[in-house]
Design a protein around this ligand. Sequence first.
Ligand code: MG
Length: 158
Amino acid sequence: MRIGHGYDAHRFDEERPLYLGGVPISETGGLLGHSDADVALHALMDAMLGALALGDIGKFFPPTDATWKDVRSTELLRIVCKKIAEAGYTLGNADITVVAQKPRLSPYIDRMRRAIADVAGTEISNISVKATTTERMGFTGREEGIAAEAVCLLYKNK
Ligand code: MG
């Protein structure tokens, strides 16, 4: 078994659409970034790559590469899942925490879990997504952006 951790944060950009955990959310503007800036998926991918000490998503999808401009992070996750499979590992489970003062994410949690499980080819019971605010403290509390953390466990295939 290998464990991995990921962290990411992006600032709000009201001009862009918001995607979190692979799900479009229309209540607020989106996040600034080279791809769709889906912080939840970015944290998850960094956790998966970190578990195998492969580096981070900046290494595989550099912001200097136009290929990844505005790309949906579900597509990036698909590529990371392929790398994990090629290395001989399977995702056991993942636990993602999204830190956001806005929007309220509880109505979207299960849709995010489903979207991630579908891309990763695993059961929804293996994917946890949680959301918290920071009680208006710090950059997330001031609604400057959204952050996310993720941990995951990978199993070596028999
Ligand atoms: Mg990012």
